[in-house]
Design a protein around this ligand. Structure first.
Ligand SMILES: Cc1ncc(COP(=O)(O)O)c(C=O)c1O
Length: 424
């Protein structure tokens, strides 16, 4: 028995504890996934309590640096040994340096940073900032995902998650993604009082990639109709698309940019709302306007600072740009025999790749087939037919090869189980 197997509670106990104290739904899901509990991680690997290890091509987009990147771990250890949480009475240097480090990579002029603890909180901060500017009418995109706290959920366009919690924020309008004409119509009816929130590529929406020029058009429309533009880069940012931010490909400067997931270095949860001086002014003037006890904690900021530095030193963004097209081409090749049948389309940008299936069932089947073979991937919360791959930029060629052979086998078994023959 491995050390972690000896130290961890019996596996059945974990399921039982979930049943009794966390929730039956999660417990049942855990059973379906094989009843393993994850207990250790490093690089691209997650280790379970039964001694098995899993190649992590999922992680909901968090692990651009893989698991337990040594530089981030060391910075966090150091911070624990010195000053993990602040009094919030004095100024705190790590938050200041983390803001400076992040602002060095945000679009020019997006210089102010408000740190929070999760992506949804970054959305909340942006929605409140918009209101402070009188931009009370919010325009979001269909299938857009921005988090699940009450305000964020109001702009997360998915009935499944919204319906049980209605009424949500008033005056939220959904427009079609990648459709400037639809956006213009909505903006024209809300001159000088709208806030637009949009993702450069819809991640949870099923890796939807807009046509080139879309973000520039959104920017121009926001300018024309006096709207505040919030670009949600929580999933697409921090190198995920092969650029620091999705907006970089079109040189678009949002008023507000949201970051999260990868900013944590995969170690300590942290997210951020970055903004231009004009947009940020209400928060800048009054530091008590929007606060949270743990926001901008030294320990989380140490992780963020070390993450940005590690990405700079290791050329993570360039690596994602180089690796992404290779992974996409290879996944396309694996899926090619099933296209027109089981598989509808494989699409991606950088290290955000989606496989769209003809049927929703295929996503669940393939996910389980991959788990059985030691690979983790994700489904898409706002697009049930799309399986999502978000590999770390630190993945080696041998691990990529292992992923591709595993995907080939798992896809074959899925097609067999669903009695779908390759059309060619
Ligand atoms: C684009 C986007 N925005 C916001 C969120 C919410 O982030 P969190 O889950 O950290 O609250 C997510 C999470 O998947 C996301 O993909």
């Amino acid at each position: 028995m491995s050390a972690e197997a000896a130290a961890a509670p019996e596996r059945t106990d974990v399921v039982d504890l979930y049943l009794k104290h966390i929730g039956s739904g999660r417990a049942v899901m855990g059973r379906v996934m094989g009843s393993m509990a994850e207990v250790r991680s490093e690089g691209v690997w997650i280790h379970a309590d039964d001694g098995r290890r899993f190649l992590d091509f999922g992680g909901y987009g968090v692990f651009i640096l893989g698991h337990r990147h040594p530089a981030v771990v060391e910075a966090v250890h150091r911070q624990i040994d010195t000053h993990p949480l602040a009094s919030r009475v004095f100024l705190e240097p790590v938050a200041a340096r983390a803001a400076q480090a992040l602002a060095a990579h945000t679009p020019p002029g997006v210089d102010y940073v408000h740190f929070v603890n999760s992506g949804a909180e970054a959305t909340e901060a942006a929605l409140k900032l918009a209101r402070a500017h009188g931009r009370t009418s919010v325009i979001t995109t269909r299938r857009g995902f921005h988090g699940k706290t009450l305000g964020a959920l109001s702009v997360t366009a998915n009935d499944t998650y919204q319906t049980p919690f209605q009424p949500l924020l008033p005056d939220v309008t959904q427009v079609a993604y990648d459709d400037p004409a639809d956006l213009e119509q909505a903006l024209a009816a809300r001159r000088d009082r709208a806030c637009v929130i949009v993702e450069p590529v819809q991640g949870e929406g099923g890796v939807r990639i807009p046509r080139p020029g879309y973000l520039s058009q959104v920017r121009a429309l926001c300018d024309a109709y006096g709207a505040l533009l919030v670009v949600d880069e929580i999933q697409t940012g921090m190198g995920r698309l092969g650029t620091w931010w999705g907006v970089d490909t079109e040189d678009v400067r949002p008023d507000v940019l949201l970051a999260g997931k990868g900013l944590s270095g995969g170690i300590v949860p942290i997210a951020a709302m970055a903004a231009t001086a004009d947009a940020y002014a209400p928060f800048s003037r009054d530091p008590y306007l929007h606060t949270s006890t743990f926001g901008a904690s030294p320990i989380a900021c140490a992780a963020a600072l070390a993450t940005v530095r590690a990405m700079e030193e290791e050329g993570t963004v360039a690596r994602a740009a180089e690796l992404g097209p290779r992974v996409l081409a290879a996944v396309r090749e694996v899926c090619a025999p099933y296209e027109g049948g089981l598989v509808r389309e494989v699409r991606g940008r950088g290290l955000l790749i989606g496989i769209e299936f003809a049927e929703e069932q295929a996503v669940g089947e393939l996910l389980l087939e991959l788990i059985a073979r030691g690979v983790l991937v994700n489904h898409s919360l706002n697009s049930t037919r799309v399986l999502r791959l978000t590999p770390p930029a630190v993945v080696e060629d041998a691990e990529l090869d292992l992923f591709l052979t595993t995907l080939t086998d798992a896809l074959h078994s899925t097609a067999d189980r669903m009695s779908v023959r390759p059309p060619r």
